[in-house]
Write a protein that binds this ligand. Structure first.
Ligand code: HEC
Length: 144
């Protein structure tokens, strides 16, 4: 009897433990572990394959759909991070790398907002990115 319970206990621990081990890392550490391999330590990326966060990340907040895009892009959405950690990480990235393009009325992401955006799958990130930037090019300050 005890023997059959050991595998069950092990799988329960495996299910629970990864969540616990991911939670609560500071955003700069999460960036180093999960993002900077592509986005590089200073956020300038590896253009043209990996876009520069410094150049464009804040601009997406100026266009409808851009706020969702920053969450739904695969690097963010498919990371093993919790919604709370994603919110903290994106806020940190925007404040650290995208200050120059950050709208004055920037409202930090919340865990609940990330959960809503993350539930929607973005099938073609490159096409969405292009469409958002094209909209920005047409009107750099929509809504102002
Ligand atoms: C394997 C490489 C890779 C990793 C790792 C990666 N990204 Fe990205 N990221 C990209 C690419 C490529 C794009 C451009 C959009 C696309 O094609 O997915 C991008 C775009 C983005 C964007 C939108 C910026 C823009 O200008 O389009 C954000 C925000 C972002 N990534 C956040 C993250 C976060 C947060 C992490 C870590 C949790 C991460 N990425 C990890 C490759 C990566």
């Amino acid at each position: 009897m005890a023997r059959t319970r050991i595998p069950l206990l092990a799988s329960v621990l495996l299910l629970v433990f990864p969540g616990i081990s991911q939670a609560g890392q500071p955003p700069d550490i999460n960036y180093q572990v999960h993002c900077q391999g592509c986005h590089v330590p200073d956020g300038t990326g590896i253009p043209p394959e990996v876009p520069s966060l410094v150049a464009d990340m804040g601009r997406f907040l100026q266009v409808e759909g851009g706020r969702a895009y920053l969450v739904q892009v695969p690097g963010t959405s498919n990371s093993p991070l919790s919604n709370a950690d994603v919110a903290t990480l994106l806020n940190w990235m925007l404040e650290t790398y995208a200050q120059a393009s950050l709208p004055a009325d920037f409202k930090p992401y919340t865990e609940a907002e990330v959960a809503v955006y993350r539930a929607e799958l973005l099938l073609d990130p490159a096409a969405r990115r292009g469409a958002l930037l094209a909209r920005l090019g047409a009107d750099p300050n929509p809504g102002l």
